[in-house]
Design a protein around this ligand. Structure first.
Ligand code: M6R
Length: 604
């Protein structure tokens, strides 16, 4: 997690760094800081909390001549979100910003303390700058000292370091966390954790590979690879279209993103629906040759969409499918066989745990595919093939439209594989495609529905917990509904398979236990209904989401009459998203930047 920026040039360095950090704030907003080296002197500012606090602190400071600057927005891993723990971290005459985790920081710190170094923060990052300065004392040049330092680090990092001994240079290293270098015709140099801060400033960008390190000055870009060989910088054109999302009158980005789902799903489907087949131009059918099993791997919401996919893949494509939580998969010595297609799913394409499983699969010689929302992300660049979800920039930390588009891609992919495997007839595929075309219409938010959920939300602000329950593919949707509520309302919520409640959780049933019951008319309706009746009989407060009114429910949120369970899935998805949104707003929370979270988790 965390976002880093860097700049070398003659423009207003402070503004450039702050503007860049604004674009990266979704990656962490516990604190932020900048350090600017101008005329041989450092100017350093840090502030706890959101970026506006740093903007306030720096409002009287300007830079109008050549300077070198680095900045950071933090999601705390080691040490509380305090000003002392905020980056950039200072040595005697150098500053560092870092995204990632230095795993061997304890032993490095111990040795440095024995040498008399005084640490100001509790972070793992601070060892980098002290280790660099220790090495600088015995080495010929700052670059040699920097190289020696990164050799001594274990873990994941994207690092920018500036030092008075080389006042026009930024030293950089990337290993496991994203980092990009941008240039333009004005000979400025920019660094950032993603390309959004560079749009509008840079014409060309280079995406660093793991193991890359080097330095950049006004006239030089020196790059080495993980084997310490010099390497040419590979620039590619950067889009000039600043897609940076604005709220457009909505109260929160999350609300806007829920409303956008109809449009972005239409984009996801665009050009991919034939009459009797799915067209994924980006895929080569050879990817599926010799494949007997699919393994899906992801985290959080993307894991829930993967779970949804497993129902669709087995039902339509008749292919054995397993789903794994990435953080578990990577450490459990999994058996990987070459008849398995390994699919990772990620909104950002940068989630450290998921990225690592992709690397493991590649090393094991498996064919790999990524379903991702961000082109040029680390996962897209690494996987053998990729399908982009086309959800557009998602700013709300709680994912909504990314999930919706992921499920659409999976639905299409299940039909694409069904055609290859001959598991559905052309007519059956055509019928599914007709349903897919109807999805954008079913996720439109009606005023009446939103208003009803807004009013109803006031009854769900307390209690000792929520159970979201569903069967079949509505179970992953229940998990997703519970995750949304947890993330932004801070109320305890669990997703559970409806039929499993009687095996334990029903013991919790009482009027203060809120059950959000997903009751699709077209999939196991009677069975799901009996499970809800069991809870209702034990006085749990029930909120039923269904096209059919249910007399045992305390509250009822109607969806429209759909002709297939997948259309009901998408309608209910919107309901659970809006319910979480409205509960969170009533509780006075910051919906887009919930406490303790960040948009992109690039640490393990
Ligand atoms: O970018 P990714 O899809 O890989 O992110 C995975 C999770 O961190 C993410 O889905 C997280 O759970 C969201 N906050 C969910 O709303």
């Amino acid at each position: 997690m965390c976002g880093i920026v860097g700049y070398i040039g003659k423009k207003n360095t402070k503004e450039i760094l702050l503007d860049g950090l604004k674009e990266l704030e979704y990656r962490g907003y516990d604190s932020a800081g900048i350090a600017i080296l101008e005329d041989g002197n450092f100017h350093n500012f840090k502030a706890v909390g959101k970026l506006v606090n740093l903007e306030e602190k720096t409002k009287d400071f300007t830079t109008d001549k050549f300077a070198v600057g680095i900045g950071h927005t933090r999601w705390a891993t080691h040490g509380k979100p305090t000003e002392l723990n905020a980056h950039p971290h200072l040595g005697e005459s150098s500053y560092v910003v870092h995204n990632g985790i230095i795993e061997n920081y304890v032993s490095l710190k111990k040795a440095l303390i024995e040498d008399g170094v005084r640490f100001l923060s509790q972070t793992d990052t601070e060892v980098i700058v002290h280790q660099f300065e220790k090495n600088l004392k015995t080495m010929q040049s700052a670059f040699e000292a920097f190289f020696q330092t990164i050799k001594e680090l274990q873990g994941a990092y994207a690092i920018l370091l500036v030092t008075k001994s080389e006042p026009d240079t930024i030293f950089f290293a990337k290993h496991g966390s994203p980092m990009i270098l941008g240039i333009n015709s004005e000979e400025e140099k920019y660094f950032a954790s993603s390309d959004t801060p560079l749009i509008g400033h840079c014409s060309d960008v280079n995406y660093f590979e793991d193991g890359d390190y080097g330095y950049v000055s006004p006239n030089e870009i020196v790059l080495f690879d993980k084997n310490n060989n010099t390497k040419g910088v590979q620039f590619s054109k950067l889009s000039t279209n600043r897609l940076s999302a604005q709220k457009d009158g909505f109260r929160f980005f999350m609300e806007k993103e829920i409303y956008e789902q109809s449009d972005v799903i239409a984009d996801t489907l665009m050009g991919r629906l034939g009459i009797q087949n799915i067209l994924f131009e980006e895929l080569d059918k050879a990817l599926f040759e010799g494949i007997d099993e699919i393994k899906l791997c992801a985290c959080g919401t993307s894991y829930h969409s993967a779970l949804s996919a497993s129902y669709l893949f087995e039902r339509y494509a008749k292919i054995k499918t397993t789903v794994e939580i990435a953080s578990e998969f990577r450490y459990r010595s999994p058996i990987m066989t070459k008849d398995t297609l390994f699919i990772v799913i990620s909104q950002s394409g940068e989630t450290a745990d998921t990225l690592e499983t992709l690397k493991m699969a590649k090393e094991a010689g498996l064919k790999t595919l990524v379903i991702c929302n961000v082109d040029n992300s680390s996962m897209v660049r690494l996987a053998d093939a990729s399908i982009l979800t086309r959800a557009g920039i998602e700013k709300g930390v709680a994912s909504t439209k990314a999930f919706a588009t992921q499920v659409c891609v999976f639905w299409m992919l299940s039909l694409y594989i069904a055609e290859i495997k001959n598991s559905l007839s052309s007519e059956e595929i055509a019928a599914q495609i007709t349903l897919l075309r109807e999805v954008p219409g079913h996720v439109k938010v009606s005023d009446a529905m939103h208003e009803r959920i807004k009013r109803l939300s006031k009854r769900y602000l307390h209690g000792h917990g929520f159970f979201f329950i569903g069967r079949d593919i509505f179970y992953p949707l229940a998990l997703e509904g519970a995750l949304k509520l947890k993330e932004i309302s801070y109320l305890h919520a669990e997703g559970y398979p409806s039929g499993e409640m009687k095996h334990g959780p029903i013991a919790l049933a009482d009027p203060e236990l809120f059950t959000i019951a997903l009751l699709p008319q077209h999939l196991l309706y009677e069975k799901s209904k009996s499970n809800v009746e069991e809870l209702s009989a034990r006085d749990s407060t029930i909120c039923a989401i269904s096209a059919l009114e249910f007399d045992k429910a305390d509250d009822y949120i109607p969806i429209s009459a759909c002709r297939d369970y997948m259309l009901e899935f998408f309608e209910m998805m919107v309901v659970v998203q809006l319910l979480s949104l409205e509960i969170s707003i009533r509780l006075g929370n910051d919906v887009d930047m919930p406490r303790n979270l960040a948009k992109s988790v690039t640490v393990e």
